[in-house]
Design a protein around this ligand. Structure first.
Ligand code: PGA
Length: 250
């Protein structure tokens, strides 16, 4: 993927009943007519993946999952595997989101195992990292984030398509964002970690910013050095707002 082509990912989280599919339809219809250059992904809850995929068949918007189990099948009540997400029509999956790391106690090693499973079933992983506000306040943001990158990305990503999303935990759903200078500093550190680890291949992976991206701040964030796109939560639920963010990318 050309670095100039931004990747805009909508994370619907645990939101969306059948009626929400109309928002995805609207995003896709507008993008088809506008010839937007950006790569656009919607990650609905698992219950809607197949229906969103069917609704967008042949369109401009790709469909992803929000998490997967590391195993492909078995006695894991309530979980969905990477193979199941792929079978439902997903081609990408968000992994290691801070809400999973926090609420489900996922460690870097757990995230890494999930990435392996995603790759095994042909899903492109979007691997999330991000510091707590206490880490930022004590000047440890870069240290914490680069440690997460080291622990959550398995060696098998070498040569594969993947993205990293930098999401400061204190910025998610709060309306607060880092300055573009702070975003640039962390993205540069992530880029360096990727290049050290994967060589030239580490330059190709887009590094997305996530955390309170909205139509008002998207253009400045997306113009920041080494910001390859955005991971958008709340503002991805309404086609109008999500389209405004996508338009801000070009
Ligand atoms: P937000 O969520 O845009 O609602 O802050 C981002 C995310 O958690 O991916």
């Amino acid at each position: 993927m050309k670095q100039s082509v931004k990747m805009i990912v909508g994370n619907w989280k645990m939101n969306g009943l059948a009626a929400q599919i109309d928002e995805a339809r609207e995003v896709d219809a507008v993008l088809r007519s506008e010839q937007a250059e950006s790569r656009v992904v919607i990650c609905p809850p698992a219950t809607l993946i197949h229906r969103v995929k069917m609704a967008l068949e042949g369109g401009r918007v790709e469909v992803g999952g929000q998490d997967c189990h590391a195993e492909s099948c078995g006695a894991f009540t309530g979980s969905a595997s990477a193979e199941m997400l792929a079978d439902a029509g997903a081609t990408l999956v968000i992994l290691g989101h801070s809400e999973r790391r926090d609420a489900f106690r996922e460690s870097d090693a757990d995230v890494s195992a999930k990435v392996e499973s995603a790759l095994a079933y042909g899903l492109e992983p979007i691997i999330c990292v991000g510091e707590r506000s206490a880490d930022r306040d004590t000047g440890r943001a870069v240290e914490v984030v680069t440690a997460q990158v080291a622990g959550s990305l398995p060696a098998s990503l070498e040569g594969k398509a993947f993205a990293v999303a930098y999401e400061p935990i204190w910025a998610i759903g709060t309306g607060r964002t880092p300055t573009t200078g702070e975003i640039a500093e962390v993205h540069a550190a992530i880029r360096q970690a990727l290049v050290d680890r994967f060589g030239e291949g580490g330059r190709a992976a887009p590094i997305l910013y996530g955390g309170s991206v909205n139509p008002g701040n998207a253009a400045a964030i997306l113009r920041t050095p080494d910001v390859g796109g955005a991971l958008v939560g709340g503002a991805s639920l309404k086609a109008h707002d999500f389209l405004a963010i996508i338009r801000a990318a070009h």
